[in-house]
Design a protein around this ligand. Structure first.
Ligand code: TRP
Length: 343
């Protein structure tokens, strides 16, 4: 086997999720699906970002704690393979907290306040002027996550791109100060397919908007979600011409139904009139049931063995703790912070 295919040569990926609820189809399309692919060509690390989740959930640590296992179940159920991907619990990687403290000195408050992601999220969460300092600073912690693993590639949604930019600013400042390419710059990997809309047609599928299909959904949940799905509100009679654009059933068929030509033919028929919502919904339901049934079954099997899942997390966290501690040691040495080992 050639050296090039050895894991040590593979580019490093870091990605993660805030464990604030079980993951849903939007996560599957936006990130989980590609992680299952990328783990074969990259050295992939995934973070259960419970510390970051606390930055806007400090009032409800219980929720964050419980969802660490839920999200881990989602990862394993979709095929993220712990033999190929390390899965770590962020709060148990103390080196990341220390890197964060160091990096906070390489970024200004004004820069943090200008971060478009943060501005948008502060608005969305209604913090007003009462912004938790931890929240304002989480981009710095995320820079610690990314550089702690020396990640080259960070798959994230488009909304997170400014965080990668901010990470790279910190990287450049530190590299300039120490006069070496100590930390690699990271590249955001943004999925081509935009966001999956919610079943109500809103731009984003989200648990808090109540328009999501969780990966562990029962067959009945899936049936009901499809039944409630937003179509074309002006398509009242089967014979009426219908609109495909913005029609969630067609959006989902485009994403999930591999029989593209048949879907195109259905779109033409729907536009002409004479094709009822029931028909397209029945088709989509079958596609989603087939996609989600094996994920649900695997998830239930794993949920019945929490010790096994915790074992996987413990092992992934141990490996990740070593990697991130090694980076912290290097950064400290390069910056020349105090050490008892030095003369
Ligand atoms: N901010 C990410 C989210 O909200 C989660 C996250 C934490 C992350 N650390 C990360 C993503 C490092 C990529 C890399 O989904």
């Amino acid at each position: 086997m050639s050296q090039a295919s050895q894991p040590a040569q593979q580019p490093v990926i870091l990605t993660g999720d805030r464990p604030t609820g079980p993951l849903h189809l939007g996560h599957y399309v936006g990130s989980l699906r590609s992680r299952v692919e990328l783990q074969h060509t990259h050295r992939q690390h995934v973070l259960l970002a419970d510390t970051q989740a606390m930055t806007d959930n400090a009032h409800d640590p219980d929720k964050v704690r419980r969802n660490v296992l839920e999200v881990a179940l989602d990862y394993l159920a979709v095929g993220i393979d712990p033999a190929l991907t390390t899965i770590a619990v962020q709060s148990h990687l103390p080196a990341l907290a220390e890197l964060t403290l160091l990096y906070l000195n390489f970024v200004t408050v004004a820069r943090l306040e200008r971060n478009p992601t943060i501005k948008e999220e502060i608005h969305a969460r209604g913090f007003g002027r009462d912004i938790p300092a931890g929240f304002l600073c989480y981009p710095v912690a995320q820079a610690a996550d990314i550089t702690g693993f020396k990640a080259h590639v960070v798959p994230v949604g488009e909304d997170q791109a400014p965080l990668i930019e901010q990470t790279n600013e910190i990287v450049r400042r530190i590299n300039r100060q120490v006069g070496a390419e100590l930390l690699p710059e990271a590249q955001a990997l943004i999925p081509e397919m935009g966001r999956l809309p919610g079943i109500d047609g809103k731009a984003k599928m989200s648990k808090s908007l109540g328009n999501s299909i969780p990966l562990g959904s029962s067959a009945d949940d899936i049936r009901n979600a499809v039944k409630m799905m937003y179509t074309d509100p002006n398509h009242l009679k089967v014979s009426d011409p219908g609109t495909v654009e913005g029609n969630v059933v067609f959006t989902y068929l485009d994403v999930f139904d591999p029989r593209k030509e048949e879907v195109e033919a259905l779109k033409d028929h729907y536009r002409r009139g004479g094709l009822g919502d029931m028909v397209i919904k029945r088709r989509l339901e079958e596609v989603l049931q087939n996609l989600l049934a094996p994920i649900r079954e695997r998830r239930a099997e794993l949920a019945a063995q929490p010790d096994y899942v915790f074992g996987i997390l413990r092992e992934g966290t141990r490996k990740s703790a070593d990697i991130t501690q090694a980076t912290l040691d290097e950064v400290r040495r390069a910056l020349g912070t105090f050490s008892f080992d030095k003369a």
